[in-house]
Write a protein that binds this ligand. Structure first.
Ligand code: KG4
Ligand code: ZN
Length: 339
């Protein structure tokens, strides 16, 4: 009998549930919260209220799609942090009550570890390759930008990270300056496909070691556009695709230069990307283009496991279950990264 594990993710503005049979995905359901787009960012109070409305239908759908009954579950895994506390509390409280009611173990999961462990989710045929240890993972999301050495499922070391904004935040802020909806990353990605990435250039940071900085780039985009708009109020509208392509290329160049440096310094050639920004088509193709040049084995997650999802929580739960690493009812969610 496989271990059926229910994963629940509610760290930000997606309410998500997934069921896994050992490490094989059975269902992966999410309810997005459109309500935030008109505010240009996630409004925490609205997010937690929407989680409360969505969580039961989403879990119901995940169980139904997996074609299993809740009594067949071996454990409930939930995102404990980092994230918005009000949002995390909804998933945590539901998971605790559900596990208690079913009398099965509760497993707490770190959202960032889960983004990385999404690489170990198998499709039904088990035909997808998984990275071997140790590998390097560039985790790029709305809140984090890290290069991590992954020595084992739970033995991970951050060897580089942003000292200010995250890569996803930079996409979103650049999009906001250009009048695009929130979250802006996917809109920039789409428009960039029609644009010339060499048309405009923006200042790149000079940060030591394997760390990143994106706040200067954001200011550089802001001032550049402010000056151009003074000369031509329609500048953004007339150059949107080229602007998006140029901003996207700058962010990708910054990310991949540090990833290449990390691979060189560690000698590791198993290279993965994870997190919402790993959905970016430019990042995915640039990384693929680097693999032959550097002799890398590259691992790019399927799109459904890039942005926040519960499949990654469920698979992390599976690995923790194997170690009998169970959580307590008294565990409190945490807002800031712990690993
Ligand atoms: O991992 P994620 O869903 O949530 C966090 O854990 O933060 O990442 C969300 C981030 C947002 O900043 C969003 O704009 C960005 O991922 N993102 C993208 C793309 N899809 C999502 N950025 C660039 N290109 C995309 N295609
Ligand atoms: Zn995330």
């Amino acid at each position: 009998m496989p271990l059926y594990i229910l994963g629940i993710e509610s760290s930000c503005d997606d309410t998500a549930a997934a069921v896994i049979a050992d490490d094989v995905i059975l269902s992966n359901v999410a309810a997005n919260q459109d309500i935030h787009s008109s505010f240009g960012g996630v409004v925490p109070e609205l997010a937690s209220r929407a989680h409360q409305q969505n969580i039961i239908p989403v879990i119901h759908a995940a169980l139904q799609k997996a074609n299993i009954n809740k009594n067949q579950l071996a454990a409930v895994a939930y995102t404990r942090g980092p994230g918005l506390l009000g949002s995390l509390l909804v998933g945590a409280s539901f998971s605790k009550a559900f596990a208690l009611g079913l009398n099965i173990p509760l497993i707490e999961v770190d959202h960032l570890q889960a983004h990385i462990l999404a690489h170990f989710i198998h499709n039904a045929e088990k035909s997808n390759p998984v990275p071997s240890f140790p590998f390097l993972c560039l985790t790029v999301s709305g809140g984090h930008t890290q290069i991590v050495i992954v020595k084992d499922h739970f033995n991970m070391h951050i060897i580089g990270q942003t000292i200010d904004d995250a890569a996803g935040e930079t996409f979103d802020k650049a999009a906001k300056i250009m009048g695009l909806p929130y979250p802006g990353g996917p809109f920039i990605d789409k428009l960039a496909r029609e644009g010339d990435p060499g048309r405009f250039s923006f200042a790149k940071p000079n940060i030591p070691a394997l760390n990143f900085s994106f706040s200067g780039l954001k200011t550089s985009i802001l001032y550049f556009l402010r000056d151009r708009i003074k000369e031509n109020k329609d500048f953004i509208e007339q150059n949107k695709a080229d602007l998006c392509a140029s901003v996207q290329k700058t962010i990708i160049d910054i990310l991949l230069a540090k990833l290449e440096k990390a691979a060189f310094e560690t000698g590791i050639r198993e290279i993965a990307i994870a997190g919402g920004v790993s959905a970016n088509s430019g990042l995915r193709s640039s990384l693929n283009a680097m693999k032959d040049k550097n002799g890398w084995n590259v691992f790019i997650p399927p799109l459904s496991y890039t942005t926040d999802n519960a499949a990654m929580i469920a698979v992390t739960g599976y690995f923790k279950y194997l170690k009998k690493n169970f959580a307590l009812q008294s565990d409190a969610p945490y807002a800031r990264s712990r690993f």
